[in-house]
Design a protein around this ligand. Structure first.
Ligand code: 3HC
Ligand code: NAI
Length: 703
């Protein structure tokens, strides 16, 4: 047939095998192969049934995302083929295993019958790519599982297991054998009982129990919850169209799919899909590097971060020892972990047995000797160089040979800490984000002497605990916090110039940022932010500018630590931020002290430019210095760790969307308008050179 799709005879059964590693995506070649296979089956009347299955680790995991940008891309050939497949006059069976996602599930639903391995996962993850199931998934799924479940699954992108899929009628039988054996056994039984074709498109959507205002409410909810994602609204409309005759629903789905596929939002989200996978690749790391086993983990420091870090490992079934200096600090840490698990259980997302099982995996101790046998120890003590150096020296002596020693520092020099252990090859940075059990990002900081197998082990471990790992070189703040520093710098200058925290946050939240800088720091703790700035000052890292981050320092002096003390940039009514005239007074006083003129004409556009363009500029510096391996890594850091909107694709992708010449020109404008005594507005040589050539940062690779 073709190299990716073959049709073979097994008695009177036609065996259609899809073999397109790694995930059998429906590439144009696979679609061509499927069309040819349907032609051949149709023409050969000796066949009594057609069995589809996938070679390798999975049935089809979806349409080929790499093909969506091809100039001649069209879902039509695939959709026509699916309708022909369904209309065949002899039984068509799909035997499923692995991850039956997107176009893979659409292919399965076009078949008459479905048998699956009990470990199979089913889902429509298209929404995560800013699109909708465009090969009749929005039309066939509601006809099987009903409107409500179909809308829930397609809107959330959430996968379901085989038992759930079988209960909902997506799967007819679960079988343990290989896909081919299971499929053959199922087809033979089907033929023996004389069963014929059975077409989902001929069914009516069971919609009797759906309230009259169901879709209006769903649309309103999509607008409210996902204002920046057109796919959320389109999915509601497409599922609603499934109530109409099949051909009409099909046309509506095709129209909506095409609008989404060509939308900037979907392009940005597809960029992130590939960026996430790229980030796992580390240049220069031998492929055959032998990983170190990590069967037990130790965490030193049971504070905000240590507790969350320990939860990650317990969630993955890895025994974890959590150590603090006093019983009180330890009990507080363990208590917070328990309350977190219990809150999850109260929401029905965990059983009480699971709570106990995970708590049972976390062993508390107040003597660090308990860490001596751990395979990996992560220190998460206060952010203070002297303390961390002491702690690292102790861990270097204490941890068993071959154990990995990691630091969760957010800004300090990992190479200095590595040397302090006396065994720098074993040391790596593992920078988790708060709350560490929730945030997807893990910055893995590669020290000058980090051993390749240490790096590779930690990257693999990140997959185990379901984090997106991005490697950073050593510098102040690594990728994320270094960029956040210039963002915060401008937020504070704007405040001193007269903009309110609500104005500043509102401007970037309108772009889709989950939280503006002021709300973010109030939540993370102004004390944490201020101490970082102060520590950095001690190393001589700060610009010789007294007004630099003056607001955070003053807030810290005044004990305004943010949410935790009831006031920071905002005042807190419970957890609700409200404008606080005291902040405006502090900003005014600081402006006077530092000779900064206040003005009333600061608009949203200026705020966005002054926050985002220096951040992008710093990203370009990070690239040219080799701190990040590739532009997409920076986009992953910001979308997975800082609430940067996925529909904007990350800061580097956004820079290319805006155009580098525009950014370079605006940086130059602010250098003039604001003065550039401390180099705040100096355009990075990389950005300047790419802007001059009208090139994109996203396409840049190191020479
Ligand atoms: N298209 C193209 N390439 C794909 C792909 C797809 N749908 N799914 C995975 N790949 C590629 C990845 O880019 C990666 O390539 P690389 O090795 O060159 O980096 C390789 O397959 C392996 O992927 P992962 O590293 O993600 O492997 P995992 O084992 O961790 O995960 C998976 C496997 C669960 C299938 C995961 O890859 C995944 O979630 N894939 C996307 C599934 C998806 O979104 N399907 C819907 C596609 S859109 C669609 O079907 C439209 C239709 O409605 C018309
Ligand atoms: P925290 O103050 O909540 O917790 C620190 C804990 O370490 C305390 O429980 C303290 O008793 C304990 N500790 C201090 N010295 C110790 C020692 N010698 N041995 C054992 N335990 C000791 O601090 P937090 O916020 O958890 O920060 C810890 C580290 O994580 C810092 O390096 C910080 O920069 C980093 N980090 C913090 C983030 C945040 O948002 N809070 C985000 C990412 C990293």
């Amino acid at each position: 047939m073709t190299s990716t799709v073959t049709l073979n005879r097994h008695g009177d059964i036609a065996l259609l095998c899809i073999d397109n590693p790694p995930v059998n995506a429906l590439s144009p070649a696979v679609v061509d192969g499927l069309i040819a296979a349907v032609d051949a089956f149709e023409a050969d009347r000796d066949y009594k049934a057609l069995l589809l299955y996938g070679e390798g680790r999975t049935f089809v995991a979806g349409g080929d995302i790499t093909a969506f940008d091809l100039p001649d891309f069209s879902a039509r050939p695939l959709n026509r083929m699916l309708n022909r497949l369904e209309s065949l006059d002899r039984p068509v069976v799909a035997s499923l295993h692995g991850t039956v996602l997107g176009g893979g599930l659409e292919l399965a639903l076009a078949c008459h019958w479905r048998v699956a391995h009990p470990k199979t996962q089913f889902g429509f993850p298209e929404v995560k790519l800013g699109i909708l199931p465009g090969s009749l998934g929005t039309q066939r799924l509601p006809r099987v599982v009903g409107i409500e479940m179909a809308l829930d699954l397609i809107s959330s992108g959430r996968p379901v297991d085989a038992v759930t899929a079988a209960k909902a009628g997506v799967v007819d039988e679960l079988r343990e054998e290989s896909p081919l054996e299971a499929g053959l056994a199922f087809v033979e039984a089907l033929l023996a009982r004389g069963a014929g074709p059975r077409r989902i498109s001929e069914r009516n959507v069971p919609a009797d129990s759906v309230p009259a205002d169901f879709f209006d409410r769903a649309l309103a909810q999509a607008r409210r919850a996902k204002p920046f994602h057109p796919s959320a609204r389109a999915i509601v409309l497409a599922v609603q169209a499934s109530l109409r005759p099949f051909a009409e629903g099909e046309a509506e789905e095709a129209k909506l799919f095409e609008q989404l596929r060509t939308s900037p939002e979907s392009k940005a989200m597809r960029h992130l899909f590939f960026a996430e996978r790229q980030a796992a690749r580390i240049p220069g790391l031998p492929k055959d590097v032998e990983l170190r086993p990590v069967r037990s983990v130790g965490v030193l420091g049971a504070g905000t971060m240590g507790g969350g870090i320990a939860m990650n490992f317990a969630n993955a079934g890895i025994p974890t020892t959590l150590v603090d200096t006093t019983q009180e600090a330890l009990d507080r840490g363990l208590g917070i972990i328990r309350r977190n698990y219990e809150a999850t259980a109260a929401k029905g997302r965990m059983t009480t047995e699971q709570v106990e099982q995970r708590m049972g995996l976390i062993h508390g101790a107040i003597v660090d000797g308990a860490l001596a046998d751990c395979d990996l120890v992560i220190e998460a003590v206060f952010e203070n160089m002297d303390l961390k150096k002491k702690v690292c020296a102790r861990l270097g002596a204490l941890c068993r040979p071959g154990a990995i020693i990691a630091t969760n520092t957010s800004t300090l020099d990992v190479d200095v800490l590595a040397e302090a252990t006396g065994r720098p090859a074993d040391v790596v940075g593992m920078h988790f984000f708060s709350p560490a059990n929730v945030m997807r990002l893990l910055e893995v900081v590669r020290g000058a002497k980090t051993a390749p197998e240490v790096l590779a082990t930690v990257m693999q471990l990140a997959r185990t605990i379901r984090k997106v790992a991005v490697v950073s070189g050593v510098c102040y703040g690594f990728i994320g916090n270094r960029m956040a520093e210039v963002y915060m710098r401008e937020a504070e200058f704007l405040m001193m110039e007269g903009a309110s925290p609500a104005q500043i946050d509102g401007a970037v939240e309108a772009l889709g940022m989950a939280m503006g800088p002021c709300r973010m720091l109030d939540m993370a703790g102004i004390d944490v932010g201020a101490k970082t700035v102060i520590e950095y000052g001690k190393t001589g890292g700060l610009p010789p500018d007294d007004s630099y981050r003056a607001v955070v320092r003053r807030m810290f002096e005044l004990g305004r630590f943010g949410q935790k003390t009831g006031a920071g940039y905002y005042r807190y009514d419970g957890r609700k931020p409200v404008a606080d005239p005291e902040t405006a007074r502090i900003a005014k006083e600081l402006a006077a002290q530092h000779g900064i003129a206040q003005r009333s004409d600061i608009g949203a556009e200026e705020i966005v430019e002054r926050l985002m363009y220096p951040l992008i500029n710093e990203g370009a510096r990070i690239l040219e210095e080799g701190i990040a391996y590739r532009p997409g890594d920076i986009d992953m850091v910001w979308t997975a760790g800082y609430g940067f909107p996925d529909h904007q694709g990350g800061p580097i992708y956004l820079a290319d969307t805006i155009g580098l010449p525009v950014i370079a020109e605006r940086l130059a404008h602010y250098a003039k308008a604001r003065g550039n005594a401390f180099g705040y507005w100096t355009v990075s040589p990389l950005l300047a050179s790419l802007a001059a050539q009208n090139k994109r940062l996203s396409d840049w690779t190191p020479a």
